[in-house]
Design a protein around this ligand. Sequence first.
Ligand code: FAD
Length: 457
Amino acid sequence: MTEIMQELEEIVGDRASASPGERCCYTGDASQIVGMPDFVVRPQSTSQVSRILRLCSKKLISVTARGAGTGLAGGCSPVKGGLVLDMSGMNRILEIDIENQQVIVEPGVVAEKLNSALKPYGFFFPPDPGSLAMCTIGGMISYNSSGMRCVKYGTVRNYVLNLEVVLADGRVIHTGKKVLKSSAGYDLTRLFVGSEGTLGIITQAGLKIAPLPNTRKLILACFDEAEIAGQAVIEIFSNGITPSACEILDRTTLQVLKLCDPLLAIPEEGDIILFEVDGTESSTSEAAGQISEICQITAKSVRIASGREMDSIWVARRLVGAAISRLDPTKTRIYMGEDVGVPIKEIPALIKKVQQITTKLDIPAMKYGHIGDGNLHVALFIDVMIEEQWQKLRLAADRIHRAAMELGGTVSSEHGIGLVRAQYLPEQVGTETFSVMQSIKNALDPHGILNPGKMGL
Ligand SMILES: Cc1cc2nc3c(=O)[nH]c(=O)nc-3n(C[C@H](O)[C@H](O)[C@H](O)COP(=O)(O)OP(=O)(O)OC[C@H]3O[C@@H](n4cnc5c(N)ncnc54)[C@H](O)[C@@H]3O)c2cc1C
């Protein structure tokens, strides 16, 4: 241990630690999965990362990369001990290249900071998770994260042009050039997107950016039942309308929103869909009109918001997942079964299934999410001191995952597999496909030192 610590200090100076206090601060992410690392290292350059990995590969030390630790699947939890590589210190925006519509950033850049830097140029990086103000670009790439506006703009995968990656043995590779498109060889950029730190450490990213829209409008449509709300979403998309956001909030979520901001002018009862449209004044007015017209057929009420009112609704919407315990302070939200996704045609069936599962098990649940992508967040919350409630929770989460797979969907639309959903990956993708994933892992990380155990690899 002492010898390894000395070698780490030679590489990063006092940015390496084996102190119990510091290690305790790196045990996990925002999920319930934890592990104790033996070392915490905060590199500041690609060459430092490369030297650290060469050392770890020689000494067979596990390496778990960490961005901001906001992940919800245990991805950065060091469950096999070893070394946590805290990438948040590599946080420089290296280049803003408006002519080429791209930026080059280090992985520790926080997404909102990137957007603040781009705003004066009239551009933005569209993927926008609820954790935008905290999460890092490296974490987002590693989970292929998304968020509210991905229904129109696409997920992180659509914006990563090229990557600099340090492989398990310390080699540094570049997966592409500074071009908007390329058809030269295997698409290694995409291989690393969503790889959850199991194939290499991202030390630099070239990202595509998009022009900021001039105008946004929000349509609030309130329905008697979540299932009917789901049907309205299908109707909107079938009519060729693409909103820039399409979020479902069930009646429990509305209560939480009100607790976040009592002044919000949202209905107290019913299930809501928030449709946002963006573009020019005239295109947004036209799309908002079309959406209102379609919703009016089945909704209890429909109205259009903009400006400050719209902004405060979005602020509260971003808080809702984390604020659920305000509903009952004795209960805690556990991130299991929370990120399923299905083809949008199957949304009403998924909502119905989830309702049946949670009612039958008598487990409190809040349903919200990026319904325009077919992505439903089911927030299950329990008293963590009662073992029986844990058992119900595990059963409910398992049934929700299986319901999504039966409907041709996925156990995770955006939060990733990590450890929380590792058992489902082979089942979802099939054993042959999973064995190809395992072969890729073995080829790039033959000693299995990178984020061991994650994704079931
Ligand atoms: C309140 C809240 C709201 C959220 N809302 C959303 C949402 O709307 N949409 C969504 O998709 N997610 C959401 N999330 C989940 C989370 O914020 C995202 O998954 C985010 O992208 C994780 O980023 P991070 O920097 O915290 O990564 P971490 O949690 O630190 O790490 C995530 C994964 O990336 C790996 N990793 C990190 N950096 C690197 C690197 N440089 N190289 C290789 N691997 C690396 C880690 O090993 C881990 O496997 C939310 C979380 C919270 C707490």
